[in-house]
Structures are given as structure tokens and as C-alpha cells.
Design a protein around this ligand. Structure first.
Ligand SMILES: [Zn+2]
Ligand SMILES: [Zn+2]
Length: 340
């Protein structure tokens, strides 16, 4: 990528300086890490992916705080690294950032093992994902390919020790952690005065990706919608800074747009499942919802569709239509229809 967005400086109502540093986490996919100054020790929030030039962009970004913004901080000064959630584009850089033995690392307990036992996590998730893909009714010839999309980029990082947990409601030097499970089990937003580091919980343009709890506990649309509600009940945020895309200046309106988007998706899924007597698998629903999705995006589409089907099933709106197969086959694909 030739041009990254510019570094942006924000100042919270509590006089904390927050710098937003872009890095290319995957080819043509930009993520943001945040440098927080004036809230206790110099703090880095997230670390990029460690892939390609991601770490280089962060190191250069920190250097530019001295050259272009008059800050005195150097990369050796960071004493604290907070990881907003256990997705590789946010923590993968941990193993690649220049070693600084004084930096202590914090993440929510529900995502801790993703970092401390990374290899185990990838192996176990592969297994659960395979089961999910089989149950979702994906044609057999495509199953291995979808698993490989999940494994793309998983090999360039490794387990890393974690020093302390980020817990819901905890205050730390003017930062407050808000646990918002849904997009990821241990997803945490960080409130600094009137600024919300919203990470991947609230994004400016994209509705954050959802996947079903059958793959990973504490994800799923039900948790996500509750977590959106949790933030919307907290007044006082004038800007939200996401892990991707632009700053969000209308935080509460954006929350309600994302919520409305899911309500529309749920209605579409009800529409598809209401028309089919023999029932539809998650894969069938994904193809109807996202007919254009291919390759890696097909895996994302399948997870997103399944999260919505799971939500309706959990809320008593669906029935399984192929109980014979479910009872008799080793790994049956479940088919659903709307209960009228
Ligand atoms: Zn994420
Ligand atoms: Zn992300």
C-alpha cells in the first residue's frame, strides 16, 4: 500500500493525548494502534498484526510523534501494552515489536489464552471450525479450502506471556475498561474521558463481523447486541476511535445504525427460512444473504449468516426440519425453518 492515512492526534476531556497510528495489518487492510500519553505510564493500545510492514509502520509512527508532534516518547518508554481483543490484527505484532522487557501486557481474561497458548488455540479452533463447516452444510469439496482461509496468516506469530487482566469497570490511570463480548469473547473498549477507544466493537462504516457461539463461546449476535446496548447506555462519548476505518463523531447514532442493520439482516433471514418447507442450512442462508461472497469472504459470510440463524434459533423462532438425519448421521448438516 503506497499511502497510509495520516497520524491523528486527539485530546480527551481529561487532557489525555491520544495518537492514532495507522498500519497495514494485511494487504490493503489498514488497522490502527493508539498511543496514550498523560494517563500514567506511556501506553500502547494494540500492536498490529506483525504481518508484512505492520510493525514497521507502528515503529515509524511512534518516531513521528517526536518529530512531528513534539512528544518526547520513544518506543523504549512504553511500559504498558493493552490488547483490545484476541484477533491477530490486534495482537500479532506483540512478538515482533522491539523487545522491551519493561512493557507489561494486559488483555481480558476470556482472550488471554489466545495469546498465551496461541498454537493450542489455533489447533482447537481449527477443529471446532471444521465441525461448524460440516454442520453448516458446506459442500464437502469446499470444506478444506474454507479451513485454509482461516489459517491464512496464522503462522507468523507465537505465544506470548500476559501480565495482567483487563476487567470490566476497572479504572487504570484515567482509562476505564468496558467488557463488550460479541465480536470477540474478551473484547474491551477503553473509555478515556469523552473519547472511546472502540476497537472492533464499533466501526465507522462496516458492521463488525459476527460469528456463532457454536465456534467460540461469548461471541454470537445476542452478546454483541447486548454489548452495543451497554455502550449506548453510557453517555458522554464525543468520539469513538475504532481498530479500523475513520473516527466516529456520532457515536450513538452509529450504534443505532449498526443495531438497525442487524435487525434488517434478521428479517431477511426470517424471510428466507419462512419460504422453505424442507428447511435451509447455514450455507444455504449465507448464499442467499451474500450471493457475491467468494474465497475468504465466503467464510466470513458463512459465519455472519450462522450468527443470525443462531440468534433466531436461540430466541425460539426456528425449528430444525431434518431430525431424522440429525439423529442418524455422524455429522449431520442442520436445516432450519421459521416457526409460523
Ligand atoms: Zn477483531
Ligand atoms: Zn480488527
Amino acid at each position: 500500500m503506497a499511502n497510509l492515512p495520516a497520524i491523528q492526534r486527539f485530546e480527551s476531556s481529561t487532557k489525555v493525548r491520544i495518537y492514532r497510528i495507522p498500519c497495514e495489518v494485511f494487504p490493503n487492510f489498514v488497522g490502527y494502534v493508539y498511543v496514550v500519553l498523560g494517563a500514567g505510564e506511556p501506553t500502547l493500545i494494540d500492536t498490529g498484526s506483525g504481518y508484512g510492514d505492520s510493525t514497521k509502520h507502528i515503529v515509524e509512527g511512534i518516531e513521528s510523534l517526536r518529530n512531528d508532534f513534539g512528544e518526547s516518547v520513544t518506543r523504549e518508554d512504553f511500559r504498558r501494552i493493552l490488547i483490545t481483543h484476541g484477533h491477530i490484527d490486534h495482537f500479532g505484532g506483540l512478538a515482533h515489536l522491539p523487545k522491551n522487557s519493561r512493557a507489561r501486557i494486559g488483555i481480558h481474561t476470556l482472550d488471554r489464552r489466545v495469546i498465551t497458548n496461541y498454537e493450542e488455540r489455533v489447533a482447537v479452533t481449527n477443529r471446532l471450525l471444521r465441525f461448524f463447516i460440516q454442520q453448516a452444510g458446506v459442500p464437502e469439496a469446499m470444506q478444506d479450502q474454507l479451513i485454509q482461509y482461516y489459517n491464512f496468516s496464522k503462522k507468523h506469530t507465537q505465544s506470548f506471556p500476559v501480565d495482567f487482566p483487563l476487567t470490566d469497570g476497572q479504572e487504570m490511570d484515567g482509562m476505564r475498561f468496558i467488557h463488550v463480548p460479541g465480536h470477540c469473547p474478551g473484547m474491551v473498549c477503553i473509555a478515556i474521558g469523552n473519547v472511546l477507544i472502540s476497537a472492533d466493537h464499533i466501526l465507522e462504516k462496516t458492521s463488525p463481523h459476527q460469528s456463532p457461539e457454536t465456534i467460540t463461546r461469548h461471541t454470537g449476535l445476542h452478546h454483541y447486541l447486548e454489548s452495543l446496548e451497554k455502550v449506548s447506555r453510557m453517555g458522554g462519548f464525543d468520539v469513538a476511535l475504532g481498530g479500523h476505518e475513520g473516527p466516529i463523531h456520532n457515536v450513538y447514532q452509529r450504534i443505532s445504525e449498526i443495531r438497525q442493520g442487524h435487525m434488517r439482516k434478521l428479517d431477511r433471514v426470517r424471510g428466507f427460512l419462512g419460504k422453505s418447507d424442507e428447511g435451509l442450512s447455514n450455507y444455504d442462508v449465507a448464499k442467499l444473504m451474500f450471493p457475491e461472497a467468494k474465497d475468504f469472504h465466503l467464510l466470513l459470510a458463512l459465519e455472519e449468516a450462522a450468527a443470525h440463524v443462531e440468534y433466531l434459533y436461540e430466541h425460539g423462532e426456528l425449528a430444525v426440519t431434518n431430525l431424522d438425519e440429525v439423529e442418524n448421521e455422524a455429522i449431520p448438516s442442520l436445516k432450519y425453518r421459521l416457526i409460523n
